[in-house]
Design a protein around this ligand. Structure first.
Ligand SMILES: C[S@@+](CC[C@H](N)C(=O)[O-])C[C@H]1O[C@@H](n2cnc3c(N)ncnc32)[C@H](O)[C@@H]1O
Length: 305
């Protein structure tokens, strides 16, 4: 990758990742999935390491974590962040592909990922690799969303909130989402299918839960979390993006999803009007939302057989 190009998922890698889970829910998940038994952890598609550092709170106290990511920039950044968090002696990161993990069979007690499967061409192939490197009796754990649901959550204070407006917004999103699948870049709503993929991969006692964290915004947006959510929602208007995606990138996906240039221009204009309305409503402290998201967590055990 050239030094000038953006690393994969850069638009979605900010501090808001720390808002994906409530800390007490992570503790609950730790008990449900017996994460305290995990002494060796592999975080696949580790990015800047947010997910690995979060679940480290509930794995064995002396657990070691290896993160693997195909982006050298993220490997370097995650290494720095682990050191800064005082985890340098137990965490290490290396470059590698989720489709061909650079580890021997049965290497880890816990093999996990968050928002990785939404970016891969063949999630089942990646899950098979995750199962391969999991020790018998170990756990495979994936946190993956259904992002299309979020498009209907009321964070867009459009002047016209008619059913037709919602349908046009959803259609735009779905065509882009379909284009991403067609291009082999992953399915942003793959979370719905992860439990089935886990069962098909031979994992046992598959359990599915959902993050109970929302991204609420309530005027006057007091506190760091609300400020961070407000900044994120207002960002599209400043940067001329929609849901963090540039016009060019959105057109690339929309076209691959079967959309026409004329429809795209019309839809994009409407998205930009919405983005400006969102930013204005935040500026005037009018916007409020419960900010629900669908972010699943799915676990399944590798058998001894
Ligand atoms: C949205 S980020 C999630 C990062 C991290 N799991 C978290 O939750 O903070 C997705 C990460 O997966 C990495 N990635 C995507 N496809 C990959 C692949 N096939 N092999 C390895 N890493 C991959 C990207 O570089 C990126 O760092």
């Amino acid at each position: 990758m050239s030094e000038l190009s953006e690393p994969h998922s850069a638009a979605y890698m900010g501090p808001q990742r720390d808002l994906f889970w409530n800390p007490d829910h992570v503790e609950l998940l730790g008990r449900r999935f017996q994460l305290a038994r995990a002494k060796s952890v592999l975080d696949v598609g580790s990015g800047q390491g947010h997910w690995g550092r979060l679940i480290d709170r509930v794995t064995a106290p002396d657990a070691t974590t290896v993160g693997v990511d195909f982006e050298p920039a993220w490997v370097a950044e995650a290494t720095l962040q682990a050191r800064a968090a005082g985890l340098g002696d137990r965490f290490r990161y290396q470059q590698g592909s989720a489709e061909s993990l650079p580890f021997a069979d049965a290497s880890f007690d816990l093999v996990t990922c968050q928002t990785l499967l939404i970016h891969v061409r063949d999630p089942s192939a990646v899950i098979a690799e995750m199962v391969r490197v999991t020790k018998p009796g170990g756990l495979v754990l994936a946190a993956e969303p259904n992002n299309r649901a979020g498009v209907l959550v009321e964070t867009f204070p459009s002047p016209d909130s008619s059913p037709e407006t919602l349908v046009r917004r959803l259609a735009f999103y779905l065509i882009c989402e379909h284009g991403k699948i067609v291009l082999g870049e992953g399915d942003n709503s793959v979370g719905d299918r992860v439990p089935g993929y886990f069962a098909a991969a031979g994992l046992q006692a598959v359990q599915t839960f959902m993050s109970d964290k929302t991204w609420p915004l309530t005027p006057p947006y007091d506190g760091d979390e609300q400020q961070s959510i407000a900044r994120l929602l207002a960002k599209d208007a400043d940067s001329g993006t929609w849901l963090g995606r540039s016009r060019d990138d959105s057109w690339r996906l929309y076209r691959a999803g079967g959309g026409t240039a004329t429809d795209f221009d019309r839809c994009w204009e409407e998205r930009m009007q919405e983005a400006k309305a969102v930013a204005a409503a935040i500026e005037t402290r009018q916007l409020h939302t419960a900010g629900g998201v669908i972010h699943y967590i799915v676990g399944g055990w590798r058998t001894y057989a």
